[in-house]
Design a protein around this ligand. Sequence first.
Ligand SMILES: [Zn+2]
Length: 577
Amino acid sequence: MTAKKLPSHTSDVPTQAKPRNIWTKLILTISFALFSAYYILGVDPSSLCHHFGHNQVKGTCPQPAHGLLPEKHRLIHDTLLKEYKTPEFLLETVQAISGAVQIPTESGDNYGVVGEDPRWVVFGSFHAYLKKQYPLLHSTLALTKVNTYGLVYLWPGTNAELKPLVLVAHQDVVPVNPDTVDQWEHPPYSGFFDGKLVWGRGSIDDKSGLIAVLTAVEGLIKQGFQPARPILITSGFDEECSGRQGAQKIVEYLLETYGKDSLAMVIDEGGGFAEQYGTHVAMPNVGEKGYTDVKVSVDVPGGHSSIPPTHSAIGILADLIYTIEANTFKPLLSKTSSVHDTVQCIAEHAPDSFSKKLRRTLARGSLEKATKLLLEEYPHFLPLLRTTTAVDVVSGGVKANALPENAHALVNHRVSIDSSIGEVQTYYKHLLKPLAGKYNLSLSAFEDHPSVNAPKRALTLSQGTPFTTEPIPKAPTFGSSPWDVLAGSIVSSFESFRPGNDSILVIPSMSTGNTDARYYGDLTKSIYRYVHRDAGKDTNRLGGVHTVNEALPVKSLVEMIAFFTTLILNADESTSL
Ligand SMILES: [Zn+2]
């Protein structure tokens, strides 16, 4: 890509004293450059000493100077990329994703154990479809089925010393709400192709990811590629309901087979690229927020509602909920968060997206003030900067003339990358203790073994569901080999479909939700959530993911296939992964 020049902003700098001689002039020039970098552009001068690789531009957010292309296997790469741009390949891609969408591999929160609940059986049909669709892959790669429907494909490398590249995509989809079927422009499991979009549940999330990876591998085998670095393709079947039967079991298998820290890098579903901040921006998610549900439960003696107390269990619970919502977690753009990287990158490469005041505040490192300004200019950053609070379930009372003995609520928290589930629990203890006193309730907070003889008036705080995940720390970014391979592959894939002047920024980001990647932390620190899906100009449109009218532009899927092809070849040739 074209190196972006740092803007000069000369009007912002104070007038310099007239230099007396050449040395004074030189010193003043250097000081001035560092001053400008630090106070105006938000560039930490110390960082200018780093990241000066031949492929990178200086700054806190170095960008690949050009896309990364394989050298040894360039012919295979170029042959495949050429094929991907043909109308015949586009139609083959339509057929592949449409066929996958037509098999309703739903997974629901209330599904039982594999082998007992018959609703999982449809995944067998999906496996048969994949086998038919990708014959070379199935005759070349070794397939291990984990917990019946979890897929682990191994493409052995010729160099067993190299750590495997792992590509992750889930097979399951969010169930279609039967009440909303008539709101779909084309039926949710039709896989209908309207000449541009393929319609249906899973067309984006995440069958596009799975089909992209499998198609890339099928093409590489057809071209005679034999990897030096082992490649693993793993596919869970219950990502949409926690991944505990799929990804969690797959990771247990990988840990048994390969051991801790045994993988080169993991790529899972996640960010794509879009037209934003006056340019094209690719945002691989390098961190993941944590997840926990807290149950807030009030027990009081019941009774006849003709002689009620001032506050019933429901009234007390209402006060507790009000207090929780009135005291949400404070947002902070902390330096350890990947959101800080996102913001620094925008300030450096798309400075006009931020006010001058925000850029200066960022450069000074006044994080609390920068947080406030950032949220004024871009409110959508709020959930990324704090632990979120959402009261999602409330329950209490069964009859109009009976006082309820219990009322409870479930509160969902997406835990900030700088925080922990322990911090969330401490917050609850401090916040609700005064209310327990006010209503004369004995407080039990997150106790492993709650007492059997529970008091009659009690406020009990506990983990509300078994779904709980600590935040996943930030993966390596600038200056690390996995990031360089990823970013370089993004740039070359992007440019390949837009010959000319278009360029793309690659900046680290963070996901607000969780993916199957949450389980892979013991296998590698280099976990990236990115699929190279083109979100176009409208970054708010999620393409119907998790709701009605999910649909994928097939051209976007072709680009995803090209991206995975390039990434596989680049990772194979990297000597430092
Ligand atoms: Zn997904």
